[in-house]
Write a protein that binds this ligand. Sequence first.
Ligand SMILES: Nc1nc2c(c(=O)[nH]1)N[C@H]1C(S)=C(S)[C@@H](COP(=O)(O)OP(=O)(O)OC[C@H]3O[C@@H](n4cnc5c(=O)[nH]c(N)nc54)[C@H](O)[C@@H]3O)O[C@H]1N2
Ligand SMILES: Nc1nc2c(c(=O)[nH]1)N[C@H]1C(S)=C(S)[C@@H](COP(=O)(O)OP(=O)(O)OC[C@H]3O[C@@H](n4cnc5c(=O)[nH]c(N)nc54)[C@H](O)[C@@H]3O)O[C@H]1N2
Ligand code: SF4
Ligand SMILES: [Mo]
Length: 665
Amino acid sequence: MAEILKSACPLNCWDSCGFHVTVENNKIIKVEGDPSHPITKGKICGRGRMLETRTNSPERLLHPLKKVNGEFKQISWDQALDELALKLKEIKDQYGSTAVLHSHDYANNGILKNLDQRFFNRYGGVTEIYGSLCWGAGIEAQKWDFGDAYGHEPNDVLHSKNIIIWGRNVARTNMHFYEMLLEAKKRGAKILVIDPLFNATAKIADKYISVKPGMDGLLAAGIIKEILRLGLEDRDFIDQHTHGFRDVKKLIASISLEKVSKMTEVPIETIQFLAEVFADRPTSTFMGLGLQRYKNGGNTIRLIDALVAISGNIGISGGGANFANLQVGQSFDVANLTLGSRKSSHREFSIMKQAEEVLAAVDPEIKMIFVTCGNPLTQVPDSSIVEKAFSSVSTLVVVEQFMTDTARLADYILPTTTSFEEDDFYYSSMYHHYVNYGPKLVSAPGEAKSDLWIWTQLAERLGFGDDFNYSREQWLGMALQSLAEKGMTLDQLKERHTLELPVKPIPWSDFQFKTPSGKYEFTSMSKGDEGKLKLAVPEESKWSNPELAEKFPYNLLTIHPLRSNHSQNYHLFPKAPELKVEVAENIAADKHLKNGDFVRVWNIRGEVKGYISILPKVHPNTINIDEGIWKSFGGSVNNLTSSRESDNGLGSTLYDCLVNLEKIN
Ligand SMILES: Nc1nc2c(c(=O)[nH]1)N[C@H]1C(S)=C(S)[C@@H](COP(=O)(O)OP(=O)(O)OC[C@H]3O[C@@H](n4cnc5c(=O)[nH]c(N)nc54)[C@H](O)[C@@H]3O)O[C@H]1N2
Ligand SMILES: Nc1nc2c(c(=O)[nH]1)N[C@H]1C(S)=C(S)[C@@H](COP(=O)(O)OP(=O)(O)OC[C@H]3O[C@@H](n4cnc5c(=O)[nH]c(N)nc54)[C@H](O)[C@@H]3O)O[C@H]1N2
Ligand code: SF4
Ligand SMILES: [Mo]
């Protein structure tokens, strides 16, 4: 008989939805929204619904595979685990444990996914990756400014007079916030969207502001300039709670509004209008992650933070410089799970440059790569180098559900479960502060096993099985230890399926910042000269590299796809996807292109081919190709992107990318 059971979305997404899942005879039948979830209220997106297809797909990996003479051969779990344990032992003895690289991302938001780190730490400490392709530049920027990256609780936006959506594709990537915007608009709030693409959120905006990609920091500086000229700044806040305002004034004096307008390609009147909007408190600012994936990404977020601070919108209801909410993740005891103190060796590669680092590594060279919760061949920039690096090591192990681009390169593929086949709890530090429980609902097909089972088996073979000798219940309890001290228990979470975490609803309302000075820092005290704000531009632009811009005149964005979470859904579509090259009208006119034309897009790093779609109202000279498309469907767009790091070293520069394009047959 069919039953409807509560569960949760595991995907890396702002929204972290509650689910109602229909299960019959040990099979997932349907995934829908849980109407009782306080934030997601019964609505979910197609990516969530498609977890049914994902779980039941006949293309699931069902058995351990080993590549022999270029072909995958099915082997037993015992053979796979014995061989891998032996290799791990030999590598550690001969080269040291850092000859192993653990390459991962966050494809699954379950807390127990962190136990991979426990395994690698107990093994001795491997080469780990640091930084983030996703939000690294912005998180670091907010740590410099505020001491941490905290957001307002979702309902607080209903207190805003004005809401600025700055480089976030809300209607597509953050659907419950979109619902909230509709409600705020109904109650009279004005919505402004600043984005090079006239995205679906721009359609509901009171004003849409088109900006040259990568120039938002300069735009913020222009708005600050105008606020100061008009005397609209919040003097009390600046005098009492900030450090380094004199540096801001000096910086702002170094550029004219005309120059800002010319470089950002935003009219002066619009900059003046925005100054008045920010001063008309409370104005809330919601930054997306798109606008910080540039060489100057850290400075961009810091200048926007500075604008929010100067206009007096920090720490007040209906205000805020909202980027992420790390308070959510900080509620859990991840360190209890990962045992970081138990490793004896340590080395780090940046996630952006992991491939170059693998190729260059000496003392020790990389002998083995373990990939978990990631598809680097499709998702990491500069794909041709990623392919070269991941093919160069003697043993590549990929723990996966499907035969992805990365899995195809593997020497060993270990088949893993989907979220409905294991117990875990899920949260996201991007938007709301509720944690959701997702129980095991069905058994895994074939011989697929959870990531945790794999670590446990390998740990036993390597002689540290005791550190993995816990039940799921015990692991989940360990992660909730400090919440349990506040009276929130695993039993409550299991019973109610969602719990509100005890976070500050309006961060910084006490004006006690977590910076070295305890103040909001326009100039970051601990960073020396680097700590001063800069009027920085992208690395690939006519302002920084005119010859490059001459050859490659178009900005390429590769934003997140509507119907797929990164690379996770394309192969499950009923019809094979095609690569769509979305271009601004001026590009179509210059190159005599019409919808459906087949084109090649290229730069010095590589090329992709696809079909033209002309987008109205897109900023001139701008192209978009949605990310995530597999090689077999014409991808990856990361053939074109650069592995350069952001100014503060911790973020990617995926959208800081110039290309050219031509029609082909
Ligand atoms: N449907 C769907 N939803 C998702 C995901 C997915 O893959 N698919 N992924 C999830 C994940 S992991 C993340 S990180 C989030 C990301 O969520 P978002 O931040 O919303 O999405 P992105 O695609 O990273 O960024 C897109 C927005 O930034 C704009 N943008 C790009 N460059 C600039 C710029 O220089 N200035 C300005 N002002 N805007 C710019 C783009 O035009 C676009 O509107 O989405 C999550 N939600
Ligand atoms: N050009 C360009 N590149 C981008 C971006 C962009 O905007 N443009 N966005 C970047 C961003 S924001 C992000 S977050 C990254 C995302 O990059 P990734 O996290 O690498 O991408 P996904 O496609 O979500 O997931 C990778 C794989 O994890 C597998 N997986 C899912 N669940 C599990 C599990 O429980 N265990 C294991 N072992 N595997 C699992 C899936 O099958 C999938 O193949 O991409 C980045 N890359
Ligand atoms: S992908 Fe995001 S919006 Fe869609 S169901 Fe999952 S959490 Fe909700
Ligand atoms: Mo992301």
